[in-house]
Each structure stands twice: as C-alpha cells, then as structure tokens.
Design a protein around this ligand. Structure first.
Ligand SMILES: *[C@@H]1O[C@H](CO)[C@@H](O)[C@H](O)[C@H]1NC(C)=O
Ligand SMILES: *[C@@H]1O[C@H](CO)[C@@H](O)[C@H](O)[C@H]1NC(C)=O
Ligand SMILES: *[C@@H]1O[C@H](CO)[C@@H](O)[C@H](O)[C@H]1NC(C)=O
Ligand SMILES: *[C@@H]1O[C@H](CO)[C@@H](O)[C@H](O)[C@H]1NC(C)=O
Length: 389
C-alpha cells in the first residue's frame, strides 16, 4: 500500500522511453516514434507528480530534488520530458505567460567516468568478468540451445548475430516496427517468441554474477544506501528526491542486483521507485516497479529476498551489502583474489583492457542507437516497408 504520510525520501530510477534524436526522417510514422517516446516520459512525469505532489514542491528547489542522467542526448531529453510534466507551472509560477515550462537542472558525467549509471563505465575488472561469462555452464547451455536461432536470424537479417545482446537490439527494432504497424518480416514473426526469450535473457546476463552485480549495480545501490542512512541520521534534512535517467540495462541491473528482477526486458519508461519511510524512530524502505509504459496500471511492489515489503532500512542495507563495493575504483583495478598470479599480467594488460572497454562501449551505444533510432535503422526490412495505415 502506498502512503505518503510516512514518506521522507525517494530515489527514482527511470528508463528513457524511446526518445530519440534525429531530424531528417523521411517516414512520418517513424518520426512519430520520437513523439511517442516523449509522450511516454511526459506521462511518467505526470504520474510522479500525481503520486508525490503532496511531498515535493511544484517549483523546483535544488535543495529538495536532484536529477542525474547519463550523458546521452536521449536520456537527457527523457529527463527533460519527465521534468516538464513534473514541474508544470501554474499561472502563478509561470515566468512567461505563454510558456508552460520552467527550467530544471540535470546533472551528468562523461560516459567513461559514469560509474553510477553507465553499466559500461571504465573498469578493467568488469571487462575481465564479462569475458568469463561465456564460460559459465548455464550461459553456454543457453547459447547452445538457441544456436539455430542465431543462425536463422543472421541469415535473414543480414546481420552477424553472435550475442544475446545483439539479438535484443534486433528484437527492439522489430518491436518498434510492431508499435508503428509496419509490416514485420515473416522470419521475424516465426521466430518472435524465441527472440523474446533471448532478448529477456540478455538483460539477465548483464548482471549474471555477483561480481557483475557489484561492479555494475553496486555504485548506485551504495549511493542510495548512503543517502538513506544520512537521511535517517538527520543529515540531508531538506533533500527529498534523487531522480536518475538511464537505460533499460541500468534498470535491469539495479533490479537484478537487489534480487527482484522479473527477467523481462524493461519496457519503455519503466521506472523503479525506492522510498524511505519513517514511523517514530523506525526507518523502512518500500520499493515499486512501474513497468506500464502508459502509466495506467498500479506499480508492482518489490520485496527483496530475506525481507518484508516494508523492509527496515538496516535490513535493506545489510542484505545488499554483498553487492555494494566499499571502494568501486579500487575493486575495478584489483585483480580477482583467486587469480593473484595474474596480477602482473593484469597490470601490464590494463591499458589495453581500458582501450578495449572504450571501444566496446562505443559499439554498444552505436548499436543501441541504431536499434532504437529510426533515422539509422539499418537492417534490410525496415527501409522499404510502407506503413500499414
Ligand atoms: C561474426 O562475428 C564473429 C564475432 O564477432 C566473428 O568471429 C565472425 O567471424 C563473424 N562472421 C562473419 C561471417 O562475419
Ligand atoms: C496501429 O494499429 C492499431 C490498430 O489498428 C491502432 O489502434 C494504432 O493506433 C496504430 N498505431 C499507429 C502508430 O498508427
Ligand atoms: C511488469 O512486471 C510484472 C511483475 O513482475 C510482470 O508480471 C509483467 O509481465 C511486467 N510487464 C511488462 C510489460 O513488462
Ligand atoms: C531484520 O533483521 C533482523 C536482524 O537480523 C531480523 O531479526 C528481522 O526479522 C529482520 N526484519 C525483516 C522484516 O526481515
């Protein structure tokens, strides 16, 4: 049950809603996608205002609210859409009578340094962990089970698909075509369900091991835990909300690190809400997952394993301690204790590893962009399809 009476702080992680950048779209239906993404994020802003209106002032106050986004056009724009609705001025608070908008700051860090929200932030240990993924028996078995799908999809799409994440990007494009009533190629229809399975699994893989949870989800969990602890000690008396704008993978990593991921690709505008409540001198955490892109359904309450829906703050931090590094940077540059003899190799290899990460990060964003951005959708089927309208 949602109660505002006891609420003293919130952290909100929201996912960009297909807001993409690009101006020279030839197809009207695809141009609409930009609009649809913005509509979803705006709707989310209205939903948040409706839910937290009694808690957060309707004029931006930097002591009360902080907004942080990854440094990408689409996540920054998504945050802007959410905030435009969340801080919709009334006649009194408008600064121009013809403008229903007020400026709201959004903070960001360069991609490589963004350990908080970019799951591919520069971290040698992370790339080491990722390279070990393929050797995990369950993952090997998964790839083996679906190897025919990879072959079929590669043949049909003309892409060389070798990883679950690549299938996920393709599936994303298909889903966008579906939303826009474009004709979906026959091969995609017949493999739709299996593509979904692989796509969902790719989100699970992103934080499959304890190490990946620590390195990718830990910094954000650590920040939330730290702020809630401070709040409960009476520090940060005025701070009420932190809002984070990031990616589907950031959402799935956060959920998976807390043991509450439903193993389903987060839909557009999916949002995780972490609330800190106080009754008397007791502090507890309540979490919700709003995964209805239309913001109509009630959000799902999240219960971390080993705790109740209203989880005492100390239990919450204690249970998540295992996936929250004390010193992320040190951990990133510290070789795995079990692999001590690789220490020297690890050190000399470090600069190469860092470079490799930057490059793979670039590919990730590029691919993600073309999967989500209609201006550059470049698998064969899309370009010459006509809308069905
Ligand atoms: C497909 O990609 C994999 C991994 O990147 C590579 O090893 C393989 O040679 C590529 N195959 C083709 C046909 O390009
Ligand atoms: C797609 O078709 C459905 C059913 O005909 C319709 O409700 C929907 O508005 C269409 N979507 C777009 C983007 O045209
Ligand atoms: C939303 O989450 C619930 C609970 O995990 C799940 O049953 C449902 O399928 C999800 N919906 C979408 C659209 O992902
Ligand atoms: C919180 O932790 C304490 C101490 O481990 C335990 O006794 C209590 O049952 C936990 N509370 C919940 C709601 O899990």
């Amino acid at each position: 049950m949602f109660t505002i009476k006891t609420l003293i702080g919130i952290a909100i992680m929201l996912l960009y809603g297909g807001v993409s950048v690009g101006s020279s779209n030839s197809m009207e239906t695809l141009r609409m996608l930009h609009v649809a993404g913005k509509v979803m994020e705006y709707q989310l802003g209205l939903w948040l205002r409706n839910r937290y209106g009694a808690f957060i002032k309707n004029v931006f106050d930097p002591e009360e609210v902080e907004v942080i986004s990854t440094d990408l056009d689409r996540t920054l724009m998504s945050a802007q859409c959410v905030l435009a609705a969340f801080y919709l001025p009334d006649e009194k608070t408008k600064f121009r009578s013809d403008l229903s908008w007020m400026p709201t700051p959004i903070h960001t860090s360069p991609k490589g340094d963004d350990k908080l929200l970019n799951i591919d932030a520069t971290c040698p240990r992370l790339s080491n962990e990722l390279s070990k993924l393929q050797t995990i028996p369950a993952i090997k078995a998964f790839y083996e089970e679906h190897k025919d799908l990879f072959k079929r999809l590669s043949d049909s799409s003309g892409l060389n698909l070798t990883t679950a994440v690549e299938v996920q990007f393709l599936f994303d494009t298909i889903k966008i075509e579906e939303i826009y009533n474009l004709t979906i190629p026959r091969w995609a229809i017949s493999d739709y369900d299996e593509m979904k399975v692989v796509s969902d699994f790719s989100f699970k893989m992103t934080s499959y091991t304890r190490e990946l949870k620590r390195l990718r989800g830990g910094p954000l969990l650590g920040m939330m835990a730290g702020n809630m602890r401070k709040k409960s000690h009476g520090d940060l008396p005025k701070k009420k909300m932190q809002m984070f704008s990031a990616h589907d993978t950031t959402v799935s990593v956060l959920l998976n690190s807390m043991g509450v991921f439903n193993d389903v690709s987060p839909p557009y505008a999916a949002t995780v809400v972490v609330e800190l409540h106080q009754t008397g001198n007791k502090y507890f955490v309540k979490m919700f997952y709003q995964n209805d892109s239309r913001m109509i359904n009630e959000p799902h309450a999240l219960k971390i394993p080993g705790c109740s829906l209203e989880c005492p703050l100390s239990n919450w931090t204690h249970l998540l301690d295992d996936v929250t590094p004390k010193d992320w940077s040190a951990e990133c540059y510290r070789p795995n204790p079990i692999l001590d003899h690789y220490y020297i190799v690890g050190l000399t290899g470090a600069s190469i590893v860092v470079l490799g990460l930057l490059i793979s990060g670039g590919i990730y964003y590029y691919r993600k962009k073309y999967a989500g951005d209609p201006t550059t959708c470049n698998y064969e089927a899309l370009e010459d399809q006509e809308p069905n309208t």
